[in-house]
Structure formats: structure tokens, C-alpha cells
Write a new protein. Structure first.
Length: 84
């Protein structure tokens, strides 16, 4: 199922430090530049907030999910992370 693939890819990116997430408690990263927890905690959070009953990639609830989850920070390869 595609949903599991999404979470597997995100976990691999987290474990490889290719991405990080902003903390849900500090979305703009003013006090905490990124969410400093293990990948399992982040994946659990993302799974817990996944909208139930989504059947289509254009589902409004799915669009809202990606809008409201913490921002993803991408590694630039030099140890810095850039928000998306």
C-alpha cells in the first residue's frame, strides 16, 4: 500500500539525516531549529495524524495533512538544513 511506502521513505531519509522536521511545538524553529527526537517518534506522529478514509491523492483531507504537518528541512549536503 502506498501509505506505508511514504512512511518508509521518510524514515529512511530521517535515519540518513537527509531530512529533519521542525518541531510541532515550535513550527518556525525560533527556539529549536529542528525536532530533536528519534525517527520512530516522528513517524509515529505522522502516522497518528494521517487522515482516515483517504482514497484519492486529490482528497482535501490529504492536502490539509501535508499543509499542517511540521515543515520538512532538507540537507544541503554541507550540514545545513533548508526549509521547504
Amino acid at each position: 500500500m502506498e501509505i506505508y511506502l511514504f512512511f518508509d521513505v521518510v524514515k529512511e531519509l530521517l535515519d540518513n539525516q537527509s531530512v529533519r522536521f521542525c518541531s510541532p511545538q515550535d513550527p518556525p524553529g525560533k527556539d529549536e531549529p529542528y525536532w530533536n527526537v528519534d525517527s520512530e517518534t516522528i513517524i509515529s506522529y505522522l502516522k497518528a495524524n494521517w487522515p482516515q478514509g483517504v482514497t484519492d491523492e486529490n482528497d482535501e483531507e490529504l492536502n490539509n495533512y501535508f499543509y499542517f504537518i511540521p515543515a520538512i528541512l532538507w540537507s544541503d549536503g554541507t550540514g545545513h538544513y533548508i526549509g521547504s
